[in-house]
Design a protein. Structure first.
Length: 735
């Protein structure tokens, strides 16, 4: 609308505190001194202008300006936002706008290390990578060229993991990987077990690719064949039930591995003549061929409600603009590798998804865990799929179909012309949903109240819809449609996921949350329900399971394990051995958010036997807590608990005041004690008498993963869609 002076007014975007905070930290441009030099409006203008420039390839200059205003409008209204690399990099020097990549790996050293190099380049540019390691021959298989034996896929995964650790994505995000192994690979049991030790492959999400043959063997409680990938010959059998139970147990323990139904994914492959699906992106929702990439974006469903109903007209217009936007991204993207550019432009896959579904349900007064919610999920996504394909068809009529269209599933009598081989994907929206001020993806709301802690104290934050209702109804009980994540059973999580999957080209990023009390049988039933409901994969998270490090089981005891056994009967109680009269050791000074912590580590002939810790400033709760931790450590050491087990339990515990010491992140006093012990053990192993903090050595310590408490504000974090998100301050980190 024009003002009285005839000049258009600049509309200020309505953003929450957290949205502004996360934009300033991660998205807005900064000068050399780190000062923010861009506003949110300027960011969206930069992105809109850059993406609209693709119109020059297909029309005249007037189309460019029209598209720019169209794209600027859907973003500033927070109706739609693209994936983070597009927001960060569009119109900048990097200009790498895609989020998802799959890199092929063949059974040769050349292919493996070429993939590692390509992965580093992709992570540097801001993308996440997925791999199938299923083509690599198993460990101990003969290598004819050298006469030696192969080390197997897991050994190479460690190399990928180490490479990822050293490369930060554009200085803003650490690389993330998906590692997949087929269930019929001979090394499958090692793959399933690898994260019994959470210090391993900490830059990977893992999924087992379950085949239809395996699922049929599982249902019949039969054995299935293991196939050597380099010869395609059967080399043994395993019991399907035994393997499935082991997957269930490990997922129950730590959330890894997840599962994907690989044959079902290929059933919906739009270009089977070009290649076979083997892997997905890190969060599992974007299925891609080798050397493909995909750019994603999400519609804010919370904004698609008017007068207590879904505004399908508004939704249709937003879908059309979003598909247009995503198709343009492919043309202006600067791809990290020429082979990825060729494959991506040949199939032109895009992934349009949603966020704010839980908020939409609240506005419609529908409980998330209800038949009405399942019906609404199907109705909304069917509409988005239909209108998305119509928009892709319209682009195809103007710009041409994707080059690999001939031979695709669309190339048949009465088939639909398509600009894009796939149109829809339900992606994680942990960060962009904070910017949009809505619930994440298709997940339920985690909580209605959160707490933000800073130097001025604590501030209680209320979900806007909750605040609006309680203000209008101060003395009334909360309606049942204000249902939070911990009140929703796994069955409803899966039914919502399946409802969205029914009308999604690719897959659905969704975490099925379990209470800590859930059993392995609960997880097993969820996996089977996901298969029966038509999901393409499933990831579960049992509350608190990643907060505790699981002790490794020795080979001698592993055969005695019983699936589902929760306790050891008749176990003998241990008494710690007496403290020795003479000890030797060292004191290491550690920096913590509470002050200087002096950690003394002593040992005798039998090994480490005690730990003392003293705060630089005496007294207070912190000193008593660190003393209590040290006493328990000493008791454990003299009771035969391994040093590694103690370090793993304490590492990663977060408090509201993390600090840095020589490039190492000290998350809490407990974390500092763990790092001091590890330093002592490292120096002892090296034969060095003076422990020194090494910046490149301890940045990622073994032990707990993020979760529970936010390391920045001390608020409550959510574990959803493979990501840890704090809605109190905007902190976000994906696994």
């Amino acid at each position: 609308m024009a003002s009285k002076t005839g000049k258009s007014k600049k509309k200020k975007i309505s953003l929450s505190f957290n949205a502004k905070r996360i934009l300033e930290r991660r998205y807005l441009r900064k000068d050399e001194a780190g000062k923010v030099i861009e506003t949110a409006e300027e960011l969206f203008r930069r992105v809109a202008k850059n993406i609209a420039s693709a119109e020059k390839l297909y029309g005249d200059a007037s189309d460019v300006k029209k598209a720019e205003e169209e794209f600027y409008g859907i973003m500033t209204r927070l109706d739609y936002l693209p994936n983070s690399p597009t927001l960060m990099n569009a119109g900048g020097k990097l200009q790498q706008l895609a989020a998802c990549f799959v890199i092929p790996i063949e059974d040769s050293m050349e292919s493996i290390f070429e993939a590692i190099k390509n992965t580093a380049l992709i992570h540097k540019s801001g993308g996440g990578t997925g791999f199938s390691f299923s083509r690599i021959r198993p460990k101990n298989a003969l290598v004819q060229d050298t006469g030696g034996v192969a080390s197997g896929p897991l050994s190479f995964m460690e190399v990928f993991n180490a490479a990822t650790e050293t490369v930060k994505q554009g200085g803003k995000r650490r690389g993330a990987n998906m590692g997949i192994l087929r269930v019929d690979h001979p090394d499958i049991l090692d793959f399933i077990d690898v994260k019994r030790d959470l210090t391993k492959l900490n830059n990977f999400n893992l999924s087992v690719a379950l085949t239809e043959k395996f699922m049929k063997a599982l249902e019949a409680d039969e054995e299935y064949e293991l196939i050597a990938p380099h010869t395609q010959q059967a080399v043994g059998t395993l019991g399907a039930r035994e393997v499935f139970d082991r997957i269930v147990d490990r997922a129950w323990t730590s959330g890894d591995p997840g599962i994907i139904f690989i044959d079902r994914m290929n059933e919906y492959n739009p270009t089977p003549h070009i290649g076979t699906y083997e892997s997905t992106n890190p969060c599992g929702e974007q299925i891609l061929l080798g050397n493909e990439s995909c750019n994603l974006g999400s519609i804010n469903l919370s904004n698609m409600v008017a007068d207590g109903k879904v505004d399908f007209g508004h939704l249709a217009r937003t879908v059309k603009s979003a598909v247009h936007f995503l198709d343009n991204v492919i043309d202006v993207n600067r791809f990290p590798l020429p082979e990825i550019e060729r494959m991506t432009k040949a199939n032109r896959k895009i992934g349009l998804g949603v966020m704010g579904f839980a908020d939409l349900l609240v506005k419609l007064r529908i409980s998330y865990n209800s038949e009405r919610a399942v019906g609404m999920a199907e109705k909304v996504m069917a509409f988005i799929q239909e209108k998305g394909r119509e928009a892709s068809t319209a682009l195809a009529e103007k710009r041409g179909t994707f080059p690999n269209f001939k031979g695709s599933v669309f190339d048949k009598p009465g088939g639909q012309l398509m600009r894009n081989a796939t149109v829809t994907t339900i992606a994680p929206t942990g960060t962009i949903s904070i910017i949009a001020g809505c619930s994440s993806g298709v997940e339920p709301n985690f909580a209605w109240k959160t707490t933000r802690r800073d130097s001025f104290g604590e501030v209680e934050l209320l979900h806007p819809l909750y605040e609006e209702w309680t203000t209008a109804h101060p003395d009334e009980a909360l309606p049942d449609y204000f249902v939070s994540a911990h009140e929703i059973t796994p069955e409803w999580h899966l039914r919502i996921q399946a409802a969205y999957q029914k009308y999604t080209d690719n897959a659905v990023s969704k975490t099925v949350n379990f209470p800590n009390s859930a059993t392995r049988d609960d997880v097993r039933e969820a996996y089977m329900l996901a298969y029966k409901l038509g999901c393409k994969g499933v990831t579960i998270y049992r509350d608190g399971s990643r907060d505790l490090q699981v002790l490794s089981v020795s080979k001698s005891s592993r055969g005695e394990e019983k699936a589902g056994k929760e306790k050891t009967e008749g176990a003998a109680l241990r008494e710690p051995r007496p403290r020795p009269q003479i000890t030797r050791g060292k004191t290491i000074k550690m920096k913590t958010g509470c002050g200087k912590l002096y950690v003394t580590i002593n040992e005798d002939e039998e090994g480490l036997c005690e730990v003392f810790s003293t705060m630089g400033k005496a007294g207070g709760c912190t000193s008593s807590q660190s003393e209590a931790i040290s006493r328990l450590i000493s008791t454990g050491l003299r009771s035969g608990i391994s040093v590694d087990a103690i370090v793993q339990q304490l590492s990663g515990i977060s408090c509201p005041l993390p600090v840095w010491q020589n490039g190492v992140h000290i998350l809490s006093c407990a974390d500092a004690i763990a790092k001091a012990i590890q330093l002592y053990m490292n120096e002892k192993a090296d034969g060095n008498s003076t422990p020194k903090m090494k910046a490149n050595e301890l940045e990622e310590m073994p032990g707990r993963r993020p979760g529970g408490t936010c390391p920045e504000c001390g608020g409550m974090t959510e574990y959803v869609e493979g990501c840890v998100v704090c809605r109190s301050c905007g902190f976000s980190r994906c696994d």
